[in-house]
Write a new protein. Structure first.
Length: 285
């Protein structure tokens, strides 16, 4: 069982909802990624999505597009992202997922990519643009290396398709809250909750987590009533942009702001770990 599956299973058994936090690798600066990962962990995130910067992130709104552009301009590479994941995993057993797009992975080489995921202790990969014709071969390559592939569904996804995606997914099914981009304002929550009930009724094999447009503990409490957790991304990217623009904040002040933000979000899911209490490295590998 992957670290991600083990984490989500423990949360389900305890009745606690999962909180995943997305951050773009190399944003807002090259030097900041490692400390930011630790700050997110200290705030109580159950898993972290590390975004692989790409020049054409089709599912992303302006906020995450901007963060990818900044990271790429700073020279962030796939190897940099793997190195940051590996170093973080030496300190914590909080699952790391990679989120990105297929083109850079194909350029890197599928075998090389999933081998690097394995050696960096990446648990899973989320690929919004996974091509229909090659998804099974990519999925198999991932599974051969012990890496979960998380598939996305949307309000337009048919019931039959929900069942099929549940069979393909490993780790969880990612329910996009709206037919729009990341960072878009949340539509009527009643509409979203009805959609999530439909997803839950057809996804029986995997946990269901919702993402896109979530920015507060209240959002999390409401939207996870009938599902297993949520993912927050653009709201953190906006916070990072703000605190790095402030000339009055020290490095520790900035990291404390990140930790406090995640800790507040975590109150929407259940118990919160103490500030600074990143999970210890697992005793057995």
């Amino acid at each position: 069982m992957s670290e991600l599956k083990h984490c989500l299973q423990k949360l389900q058994n305890s009745g606690e909802k999962a909180l995943g936090i997305f951050v773009t690798s190399g944003f807002p600066t090259i030097a900041a990624t490692g400390p930011i990962l630790e700050a997110i962990d200290a705030g109580g995130a159950d898993f972290i999505e590390l975004g692989m910067p790409f020049s054409d992130p089709l599912a992303e709104g302006k906020t995450i597009q901007m963060s990818s552009a900044v990271a790429l301009d700073s020279g962030v590479t796939m190897d940099y992202t793997f190195e940051k994941a590996r170093i973080f995993k030496e300190k914590s057993d909080t699952p790391i997922l990679l989120m990105g797009y297929v083109n850079p992975i194909l350029q890197y080489g599928l075998s090389n990519f999933f081998s690097s995921c394995q050696s960096s202790r990446v648990s899973a990969v989320i690929l919004p643009d996974l091509p229909h014709k090659t998804r099974l071969s990519i999925r198999q390559k991932a599974l051969d290396h012990g890496i979960d592939i998380v598939y996305l569904v949307a309000p337009t996804t048919s019931n039959d398709r929900l069942t099929a995606i549940d069979e393909l997914s490993e780790g969880f099914v990612y329910a996009v809250s709206m037919t729009g981009l990341t960072g878009t304002s949340m539509p009527d929550k009643t509409v979203v909750m009805n959609y999530l009930k439909r997803v839950r009724s057809h996804v029986r094999r995997n946990p269901v987590l919702v993402g896109f447009g979530i920015s507060s503990a209240d959002d999390i409490k409401t939207l996870t009533e009938n599902i297993d957790g949520c993912i927050v991304g653009s709201a953190l990217i906006r916070l990072l942009e703000d605190v790095w623009q402030s000339e009055t904040l020290s490095e520790s002040d900035r990291m404390n702001r990140v930790t406090d933000f995640v800790r507040e979000l975590k109150t929407g899911t259940g118990p919160v770990r103490k500030a600074g209490s990143a999970r210890p490295v697992a005793s057995s590998q």
